[in-house]
Design a protein around this ligand. Structure first.
Ligand code: XMP
Length: 506
């Protein structure tokens, strides 16, 4: 495997994605929590960083831990750190360098740049530059404004590059990473969805033995794939629980429960609708609603799990981006919304936790799901928030409001499917606004509710743009909603991007 040391760059996860795309396993660890060095680690990549190596408190590592033992590749800040710590000089760039540059290869016997075209497009994003390299460094590529765009340390397999090979704008970045990971580090390209499934099932069996595992399913991709893997490993010793919190989409509970039964999972559907509504009564603040839902969920789950005798493990669908310890070089990032399904459950009943997907990115989870034969209908579903429609109804939750929003939502989502637009958007949903507006139906004045449609394009939900859906489609959906859902007389379309807005309204 490849060890990626994170110095806080926004691109660190992207480096990991690119290495995984080469079918090579890698892990990200913070620069200040380096795992014990084992023979499995075939190479180290040092990430970029928002910090400057010139600052006295900038993040650093003791390079002698791995230099000379395995190949090392420093990217941007990582390269500057290597140069500076080994006796070179790094200074602020004369002009800040962001964006495209042409890389000119100077020393073409370097295996790092093998196969790259002579002038290759690379992507720069840095404010400092290496102005002097130590004696035992050799420059292997330059650009117009950056002399030390890539270097090699003589007599070692240590390299540094000032540009970012992980972004797609570096057109031959993948080739460069292939050269490093496969050519220089000698990693085997055998980390595939099939090999993951096989080895995970094996290790789950070893770990769990004849114990019982309990798991809450949500209908989402992650918990479904995780449960299927555990089920393949231990069969009906996996007890799944699917809770109806009364905040799901129209008919969602019955439909998803049926697909789980069809998949052969040992699942129990639990109707806890009234318990959730009761806990939400009178609450209007979004964070209060999230907390009430989180608390009620734990109560319901706890009660159900206690009905299973001798259960030892709690299964969870946690995925890699949730567990990567983020390096907070600029102080802890502010909590914008508390996503209730992170944390909470593991303390329950002293259960041991099993998280078979905690090394996978979302697209890898889908690939594993396909390998396991899970239907595309489940794998390609839009994400849906744990607190469900509760954070799409602005203000207090009442059964009547949930029912209205379910109808509106079903018209929008079914419309997207009917017009083959569902897979063009990353997530879609509707919001019930806490206002009424004047309208006219027939000869009557109406004073009814307003709903907002939201559809976004995104890669990971961290940033998003509003989906440019065709006007004709929006017109049809708006018409259908106003004609068919009693109590709604106005439909608006949300055209905000994230940031500065968020995907959900609460
Ligand atoms: P925001 O609104 O923060 O949403 O831009 C980003 C993604 O997270 C989902 N989301 C949640 N998921 N519990 C969840 O499980 C929550 O409390 C929650 N809030 C937002 C949202 O649907 C989107 O996919």
């Amino acid at each position: 495997q490849i060890l990626i040391l994170d110095f806080g760059s926004q691109y660190t996860q992207l480096i990991a994605r690119r290495v995984r795309e080469l079918d090579v396993y890698c892990e990200i660890h913070p620069f200040n929590h380096i795992p014990a060095f084992t023979p499995n680690i075939k190479g180290v990549i040092l990430s970029g960083s928002p910090c400057s190596v010139r600052d006295s408190d900038s993040p650093r590592v003791d390079l002698s831990q791995f230099r000379g033992k395995v190949p090392v590749l420093g990217v941007c800040y990582g390269a500057q750190l290597m140069a500076q710590m080994l006796g070179g000089d790094v200074l602020p760039s004369q002009h800040r360098e962001y964006g495209r540059a042409k890389l000119e290869i100077i020393d073409d016997d370097s295996s790092l740049l093998a196969g790259l075209s002579e002038t290759s497009q690379v992507w720069m994003s840095h404010a400092d530059t290496i102005v002097r390299i130590p004696d035992n460094f050799r420059i292997i590529a330059s650009t117009d404004s950056v002399e030390v765009a890539a270097f090699k340390i003589e007599n070692e397999l240590s390299y540094g590059i000032q540009f970012h090979p992980e972004v797609t704008h570096t057109t031959e970045g993948k080739q460069l990473l292939h050269n490093f990971v496969v050519g220089i580090c000698g990693c085997h390209q055998d980390w595939t969805a099939e090999s993951f499934v096989e080895s995970t099932i094996h290790s789950l069996r070893m770990k769990i033995g004849n114990d019982k595992v309990v798991m809450a399913l949500s209908g989402g991709v992650d918990s479904t794939v995780a449960a299927t893997l555990v089920h393949r490993a231990i069969g009906d010793n996996l007890y799944c629980i699917f809770v109806d919190n009364g905040l799901l989409r129209k008919n969602e509970f019955e439909e998803v429960l049926h697909s789980y039964l069809d998949m052969g999972l040992n699942i129990k559907g639990v109707d806890a609708v009234q318990q959730f509504y009761k806990s939400l009564k009178g609450l209007e603040d979004p964070e209060d609603k999230r907390k009430a839902i989180g608390r009620t969920f734990i109560e319901v789950f706890d009660q159900e799990a206690h009905l299973i005798q001798d259960v030892k493990w709690l299964g969870q669908g946690t995925i890699y981006p949730d567990v990567i310890e983020s390096v907070s070089v600029k102080g802890p990032s502010a909590t914008i919304k508390s996503h209730h399904n992170v944390g909470g459950l593991p303390d329950l009943m002293n259960l041991k936790v099993v998280e078979p997907l905690n090394t996978l990115f979302k697209d890898e989870v889908r690939a594993v799901g396909r390998t396991l034969g899970i239907s595309d209908k489940i794998l390609s579903r839009h994400p849906f928030p744990g607190p469900g429609l509760a954070i799409r109804i602005l203000g207090e939750i009442t059964p009547e409001r949930v029912a209205i929003l379910q109808e509106v939502d079903a018209i929008f989502i079914n419309g997207l499917k009917k017009h083959n637009l569902y897979h063009d958007v990353w997530q879609a949903g509707t919001m019930l606004l806490p206002i009424q507006s004047v309208g006219v139906m027939g000869d009557e004045r109406t004073y009814e509710r307003v709903v907002a449609l939201r559809a976004v394009t995104s890669v990971d939900g961290m940033t998003a743009d509003w989906a440019h859906l065709p006007y004709e489609f929006l017109a049809e959906v708006s018409n259908d909603i106003i004609n068919r859902v009693k109590g709604v007389n106005r439909v608006v379309y949300d055209i905000s991007s994230k940031p500065p807005a968020t995907i959900e309204w609460e």
